[in-house]
Design a protein around this ligand. Structure first.
Ligand code: URA
Length: 208
């Protein structure tokens, strides 16, 4: 029975993704790739879709772009196991083609439940497809690295590590964008302590 904890919701989603037939992608894939990481993560990272390695292992970002993602997190002072990493679609599109709109739509229930359960302070979107969920019609070259407040948290679009890995200019851009993450977390902490202070002052006011 589900106890409603983030851990439980993530475990439920994991089980459902593994057996999911909501779109056709499960037919050609070897494994569902629900996502992995800390249920209490302050940062959720959303990529595009599992690739060859991810499909084999059932884990997100375990190939070359995954190794690069781990490095990017480390240069920002973050460990991979303190964040939660997932994708817009949870089964590999054949031949790594782009995910189709109806596949993204069919899979969005899982992503929504993961985000609601974890309730992160910051969402990082990697590449066009996860960016389009929050900023439809925008261009990544224009808005990468800019944090916007969406539904009470920061959403920061970034280039996909696979695009940045072998492109010197994009590589330094994505590194700089990742290095903005600690400041965003600190901003959230500051806002929380201001809110706490206000609540304390308001309750003092009602006492006297
Ligand atoms: N690219 C993605 O977008 N996601 C993965 O999990 C791996 C590569």
């Amino acid at each position: 029975m589900s106890d409603g904890s983030a851990e439980q919701v993530l475990a439920d989603v994991r089980e459902e993704v593994v057996g999911c037939t909501r779109c056709e992608l499960h037919r050609s894939a070897n494994n569902g790739v629900p996502g992995e990481g800390n249920p209490d993560a302050r940062i959720v990272i959303i990529g595009e879709a599992p690739g060859w390695h991810e499909d084999k292992q059932g884990k997100p970002f375990v190939g070359n772009s995954g190794k690069f993602l781990t490095e990017l997190l480390e240069t920002a002072g973050l460990k991979r196991d303190e964040v939660f990493i997932t994708n817009v679609v949870k089964h590999r599109p054949p031949g790594n083609r782009d995910p189709l709109p109806d596949e993204i739509m069919a899979c969005s229930v899982y992503l929504e439940r993961q985000i609601a359960a974890i309730d992160p302070d910051v969402i990082v979107t990697l590449g066009r497809f996860s960016m389009a969920k929050y900023f439809p019609g925008e261009k990544i070259s224009k808005i990468h690295g800019e944090a916007k407040e969406v539904g009470g948290r920061f959403v920061v679009p970034m280039y996909h590590p696979a695009a940045a890995l072998h492109n010197g200019a994009l590589r330094s851009t994505i590194e700089e964008d990742f290095q903005k993450l600690p400041r965003l977390l600190a901003e959230r902490d500051k806002q929380r302590s201001i809110d706490r202070e206000k609540t304390a002052q308001a309750s003092q006011g009602t006492l006297f």
